[in-house]
Design a protein around this ligand. Structure first.
Ligand code: ZN
Length: 240
């Protein structure tokens, strides 16, 4: 069983389709939220995940787009995009997002957007936060997004070990608890503008990260045409 784990797609259908072409040999799709927000095509992304029967959780941008109070925490650009998404999105997309749970357990894996102890808010960006979350994790491993940076945090006898994942980085899932972040499909922030995702091979217990080139220009044009903040278009080109 090979699973493509996608996070932070952010209404970027061009990046999502490039990733799905690249991941042609997978059996199913899991997503870690922030399906919408920032980008110009929320309905197309929801439709694609729905038709591919993707399983996943809600992110803070998904919650904001369907009326959640998460919008109060947003910077002006994120807020403008959330309001635009809310005004633009179809009722079918809204209903699909409203059905997403904040947390999902599948076998040895817990799926959340932000962190196991605070699924919609907390960013796992340092070893202290990672350690606290590895401690409260109810399953051997966890999958999360939210930071838009592909990494793994593993509990070791000497503390938490960090793996900064690049294209084709692979990790064997052993007995130590691990938090895995696939990076962002639709708005990477690690300086590499290519779409990021990971493949989880449950049979052999291996995780492999991937980066996929996609055509950024039409997405930038869509952002400008929608009247979304222009910085949201500019940042896609630099992956920041
Ligand atoms: Zn996000």
């Amino acid at each position: 069983m090979r699973i493509a784990v996608l996070s932070d797609i952010h209404s970027n259908i061009v990046a999502l389709d490039a990733v799905l072409r690249h991941a042609a040999d997978i059996d199913s799709i899991w997503h870690l939220g922030d399906v919408v927000g920032y980008g110009p095509e929320p309905d197309a992304v929801v439709e694609r995940l729905s038709e591919r029967k993707a399983t996943g959780v809600r992110g803070n941008h998904d919650a904001a787009a369907i009326g959640g109070r998460e919008i109060d925490w947003f910077n002006p650009e994120a807020r403008a995009a959330a309001e635009w998404t809310s005004d633009t999105m179809s009722s079918a997309s809204r209903a699909w997002l409203a059905d997403l749970p904040e947390r999902l357990t599948i076998g040895d894996m817990t799926l959340v957007h932000g962190s196991p102890r605070d699924p919609l808010r907390e960013y796992i960006t340092d070893s202290e936060v990672a350690a606290a979350n590895l401690e409260v994790l109810q399953t051997p491993h966890g999958l999360h997004g939210h930071t838009h940076v592909p990494v793994a945090w593993s509990a070791t006898p000497d503390g938490v070990a960090l793996v900064q994942a690049r294209d084709t980085t692979a990790l064997e899932l052993g007995t130590s608890r691990t938090l895995l972040n696939p990076g962002s499909v639709g708005q990477p922030r690690d300086g590499d503008p290519r779409a990021a995702y990971l493949v989880l091979d449950l049979e052999v217990g291996r995780v492999t990260w991937h980066r996929v080139v996609y055509d950024i220009e039409p997405v930038q044009a869509g952002i400008r045409a929608a009247g979304l903040p222009v910085r949201l278009a500019a940042r896609l080109a630099i992956g920041a």
